[in-house]
Design a protein around this ligand. Structure first.
Ligand code: C2E
Ligand code: MG
Ligand code: MG
Ligand code: MG
Length: 275
């Protein structure tokens, strides 16, 4: 009798494994079809000055318009794009579509608007990355100064010299480089020392507790002082309320991004906001 139960359990376990395996395949299929079905779309979140009146830049944020589940946020599917190698084609689409849309806004009169585009470590490491960007800029008649790339320190983990070379080349094109989620990694300061960075994005986890949390306050204050010494531009992420804003203003933070000013917006709503 006990033998029998054991067998059943094994079979049950097999079926469960099989089922999760099927789900994996289904997700992989869905994600690769999402490219051809044009289910990916870009949202834009303003980065404003200290007065909150001028939109100087916008961060491009990926969304997936799933046929059954509606809009899916990137934290739920980007890890899978990475896993299946799909971040390379999707990343190319993001760069291409960002440049195309930026040109539309420039042509509509917003000549000063810049876009800040997230780039995953695998995308950055791809041998064609720089060439693809160069072609993209020429094709859409965008100058490098109008683009910023948001990288996390994951880009440099394996090979600092080749990372520096690539970043130098991007800067020759006029493209600025932002270190995203600053302070959350294992060696943010070491990367700051070695890599040619223009912008720090203070992670929202440090902005959240301002001004009452002593650790958040100390970390943000120190980061601001350091950034000023190093001539870096600082963007505060996740600014949700006026007390956080007041604290950041006192530290002379350069740019502010967060729900206090605007949620990430789809292309129509962002157009309405700026045009
Ligand atoms: P991130 O680059 O750090 O982007 C900031 C995230 O904070 C966005 O989440 C944004 O919607 C959210 N956010 C903005 N303001 C506030 C606020 O005031 N409060 C709170 N609680 N959150 C705020 P989102 O759009 O879900 O993106 C999550 C992450 O997914 C991004 O973090 C980035 O790492 C990744 N991601 C998004 N788009 C892309 C992309 O095009 N390519 C790549 N490689 N990664 C992307
Ligand atoms: Mg970002
Ligand atoms: Mg960030
Ligand atoms: Mg983040």
């Amino acid at each position: 009798h006990s033998k029998n139960t054991g067998k059943n359990q094994v079979r049950f376990y097999d079926e469960e494994l099989e089922q999760s395996e099927r789900r994996r395949h289904q997700l992989e299929d869905e994600l690769s079809q999402a490219i051809t079905n044009e289910e990916f779309l870009l949202y834009y979140q303003p980065q404003v000055d200290a007065e909150g009146t001028t939109i100087l830049k916008a961060e491009v944020l990926l969304r997936w318009q799933h046929p059954r589940h509606g809009i899916v946020n990137p934290d739920e599917f980007i890890p899978h794009l990475e896993e299946y190698g799909l971040i390379i084609p999707v990343g190319k689409w993001i760069l291409e579509e960002s440049c195309r849309q930026l040109k539309v806004w420039h042509n509509a009169g917003k000549h000063e608007l810049c876009l800040s585009i997230n780039v995953s470590a695998n995308q950055f490491k791809h041998p064609d990355f720089i060439e693809f960007i160069e072609i993209c800029l020429i094709k859409h008649q965008i100058s490098g100064e109008q683009i910023e790339l948001e990288l996390t320190e994951g880009v440099a983990i394996h090979d600092i010299p080749s990372t520096i070379k690539k970043m130098d080349r991007l800067q020759e094109l006029g493209i600025r480089i932002a270190l995203d989620d600053f302070g959350t990694g294992y060696s943010s300061l070491s990367y700051l020392k070695h890599l040619p960075i223009n912008t720090l994005k203070i992670d929202q986890s440090f902005v959240q507790g301002l001004p009452h949390d002593g650790y958040d306050a100390a970390i943000v204050e120190t980061t601001m002082v350091m950034a000023h010494h190093l001539g870096l531009t600082v963007v505060a992420e996740g600014v949700e309320n006026r007390v956080q804003l007041a604290f950041l203003k006192k530290q002379q933070c350069h740019l502010y991004q967060g729900f206090l000013f605007s949620q990430p917006l789809n292309v129509d709503r962002f157009s309405e906001l700026i045009l």
